[in-house]
Design a protein around this ligand. Structure first.
Ligand code: MG
Length: 388
């Protein structure tokens, strides 16, 4: 979207305008300027990896720039290895036996300097990434042994988790938590181990597995809630029955009755389930010592909270992919400095959410308890304690 269009969208939010202008000037490289097929021929292995990162995940490529150089490479390769694995998992045309073999052995393939896969991937960029995956594995091989160990261990666990859950049905909230652990919680845990291994963070962070898992779960659940329509249309179902079947007998009814109170209640319950991980996330952020790592971790969490506020009680979720304004994300990027500024922004978003909850007749009563927990984690004294 053009800068001008984004400026117009933020026109009634003056503090976003400055952030948006500053951000669109400094923001580089531009996604559209990179041609992966060409980069594979002309760029060094590591440079190709960063081009591929920009291509396959623009938001991650931007946030990774926050990290110290040494970690930028380790975390970038970590992301690409898991992206490669996920590309295999997501390819619905791939033979099931072959897929299972690839998923279970991907962690070993990372050590092969000539490992490539042709014809696998849902999009051209994903196909190109796997077609030139030897550039990723050679960069991986160059990393410090401690980093390689972490990346390969997480890849082993995720690949096997994906293979085991080939036709996994997410029925209960526990199933949902397990699924999100494999695809996102493990990423949070691996990142913690990389941070500790780098020496930029305390050794103890690597053993904080529960809160690291929650960091991943919160982001994943936000995406799953937001992407309802997109996923539903390609028959990918991640909303657990235990949450939605109290409201409608079939998922399709959410789509056909976007404005109905029952649809919105179901949506709000998904948001309630996501925010129960926030106290853990706040705890995790409070333990970080390096400010570059802090920003890398805090920015996506803040974006997710802002997204959930936007999604709350919003029938548009069942009509399109609802996103936060570019201006708001630019503002979050600029204003996330340290734990204090992060807590301030979180509190601001939580108060916005509370207002929406108060104004809606579709608010689950139990959700107020989660809001209390979050405010306590943010160190807020409760001025109006809720009586249950
Ligand atoms: Mg997948």
């Amino acid at each position: 979207m053009s800068t001008l269009k984004n400026l117009i969208k933020s026109a009634s939010h003056p503090s976003e305008l400055k952030a948006l202008l500053k951000f669109s000037i400094s923001e580089k490289p531009k996604q559209g300027e990179i041609n992966l097929a060409e980069a594979a021929l002309t760029r060094s292995d590591m440079a190709f990896c960063f081009d591929a990162l920009t291509k396959v995940s623009r938001s991650f490529a931007i946030v990774i720039q926050q990290l110290p150089q040494e970690l930028k490479e380790a975390v970038g390769i970590f992301y690409l290895v898991l992206r490669g694995l996920d590309t295999v998992e997501d390819d619905m045309k791939l033979d099931e036996t072959e897929k299972e073999r690839l998923l279970r052995n991907f962690y070993k393939s990372c050590y092969l300097s000539d490992f490539t896969l042709t014809g696998i991937g849902d999009t051209e960029d994903y196909r190109l990434l796997l077609q030139h995956f030897d550039k990723v594995t050679r960069s991986f091989i160059q990393l410090k042994p401690e980093y390689k160990e972490v990346i390969s261990d997480i890849c082993f666990r995720m690949g096997n988790g994906m293979a085991d859950s080939g036709s996994y049905k997410i029925t209960t909230i526990q199933d949902y938590d397990i699924y999100c652990h494999y695809v996102a919680g493990l990423v949070g845990q691996g990142l913690s181990q990389l941070f500790s291994a780098s020496g930029f963070e305390a050794e103890g962070l690597a053993s904080e597995m529960t809160i690291a898992n929650s960091m991943g779960l919160f982001l994943q659940k936000t995406n799953i809630t937001r992407d309802f329509l997109e996923d539903f249309e390609v028959n990918r179902i991640f909303w657990p029955n235990e949450i939605w079947d109290k409201h409608h007998p079939a998922l399709s009814l959410f789509k056909s009755m976007p404005e109905s109170s029952t649809s919105l209640k179901g949506l709000n319950c998904m948001i309630e389930d996501a925010i129960r991980h926030l106290p853990d996330c706040i705890n995790y952020l409070s333990q970080l010592q390096n400010m570059q790592i802090f920003r890398f971790c805090a920015i996506p969490q803040l974006m997710a909270i802002a997204t959930l506020v936007e999604l709350y009680d919003n029938p548009e979720v069942f009509r399109k992919n609802v996103k936060i304004r570019k201006g708001l994300s630019a503002k979050i990027m600029m204003e996330t400095r340290d734990f204090e500024s992060t807590k301030q922004m979180m509190l601001h978003f939580i108060e916005e959410l509370e207002e929406k909850m108060q104004d809606s007749k579709n608010t689950p009563a139990t959700m107020w308890g989660s809001i209390c927990q979050i405010k306590l984690a943010l160190g807020q004294r409760l001025t109006n304690p809720i009586i249950f």
